[in-house]
Design a protein around this ligand. Structure first.
Ligand SMILES: NC(=O)c1ccc[n+]([C@@H]2O[C@H](COP(=O)([O-])OP(=O)(O)OC[C@H]3O[C@@H](n4cnc5c(N)ncnc54)[C@H](O)[C@@H]3O)[C@@H](O)[C@H]2O)c1
Length: 330
């Protein structure tokens, strides 16, 4: 199905706003629903904005009953792994209950297609690398468990109620679209690239690399960084594929990992400044290496990441923070 009218939940956030930019530029009419708890009004790239909370089931059902969308893209979530360990109730409420509300409102309003932002956190500690979709799912944080529970819920909703879903397990989203005024501005920021860039540009007081004794070439953690616009492109392709396949589960990554120190070195090289991070102990629950086997996504969606070159992603983030030293001004 060629998309013409879609609802993007969480479209004021980092990944969602980049997705809305791509969708709007592809002549798709985009409505964003977001409670702005973490997102930014100035990151909105849509023709209509509805400020609403997924936890308000009646508002959600009313909106879906009065509007007809070809597809729902569900980016909204709480996304801090450490916070999920300290306050699991927040995650079961804002991720699992919110997604349940979404699925119920879809069911009772006759909407039957959803693309859901899952995460490589569903796998837990890797038993083999790279991680393919059949790798055992043993999430080690409440965040990862809510993502897996939502995947299962959507599978059950497909069997019983015919709701089709694409469940996309992102590895580390990175990069941005500075030429279109979009960047990465989580508060607090837990992602490495923006944190290293902010430190390099003197926009933050400190930078700590956690763990230097991992069994990786330089002892620091290795992660797979995928450009947000490559993620966005995969969302469009996955939604189109739902005509053929009622349930899609795919890893979205590049299949190549970079260590924390390689990121620091990349920023040092591209920004042209010296960076001296502090080194701290390992953080609990941080696997040494998380790298996707993304072959299935490439094959199923006929998708290839074209924007995920590390130097380009780092350069974009430097450019965005150079123009927006305080991030988004809402
Ligand atoms: N950023 C990554 O590297 C990454 C990796 C794996 C998975 N993911 C998943 O991708 C999705 C998007 O991540 P992000 O980095 O853009 O996060 P984000 O925090 O930037 O965006 C989430 C958006 O959802 C909104 N939101 C949260 N709870 C809501 C609610 N109850 N009702 C309405 N709106 C609500 C927030 O205001 C925000 O705009 C999340 O589901 C996340 O778990 C992200």
């Amino acid at each position: 199905m060629k998309l013409s009218k879609i609802l993007v939940i969480g479209g004021a956030g980092y990944v969602g706003s980049h997705f809305c930019l791509l969708a709007s530029n592809s002549d798709i009419r985009v409505t964003v629903m977001d409670n702005l708890s973490k997102g930014h009004r100035s990151a909105l790239r849509c023709s209509e904005f509805v400020q609403a909370d997924l936890l308000d089931y009646e508002a959600l059902l009313t909106h879906l009953s009065h509007n007809r969308y070809d597809m729902i893209f569900h980016f909204a979530a709480s996304c801090l792994v450490g916070e999920s360990v300290q306050d699991p109730a927040l995650y079961y409420r804002n991720n699992l209950l919110a997604a349940f509300n979404m699925a119920e409102a879809m069911r009772h309003s006759g909407h039957d297609r959803i693309v859901f932002s899952s995460s490589c956190a569903v796998y837990g500690y890797p038993q083999r690398l790279p991680i393919d979709e059949n790798h055992p799912k043993n999430p080690i944080s409440p965040y990862g468990r809510t993502k897996l529970a939502i995947e299962w819920m959507l599978e059950d909703y497909n069997v019983a109620y015919g709701i089709r879903s694409a469940q996309l397990r992102y590895f580390n989203a990175a990069g941005c679209e500075p030429d279109f005024g979009l960047g990465e501005d989580h508060r607090p920021e837990s992602h490495l690239i923006p944190n290293v860039v902010k430190f390099a540009l003197n926009l933050s007081d400190g930078l700590t690399i956690f763990g230097t004794d991992y069994p990786t070439p330089d002892g620091t953690c290795v992660r797979d960084y995928i450009h947000v616009t490559d993620l966005a492109d995969a969302h469009i392709k996955a939604s189109e594929k739902l005509d053929e396949l009622p349930l899609i589960r795919l890893n979205l990554g590049t299949g190549h990992g970079f260590s924390n120190m390689e990121i620091v070195d990349g920023v040092r090289r591209i920004a042209g400044v010296n960076i001296s991070p502090e080194f701290g102990p390992r953080r609990p629950g941080d696997p040494a290496e998380l790298v996707a086997d993304a072959l299935m996504a490439k094959k199923t969606l006929d998708w290839t990441p074209t924007r995920s070159d590390l130097d380009s992603m780092v350069a974009e983030v430097i450019r965005w923070f150079s123009f927006n030293p305080k991030g988004y001004s809402n």
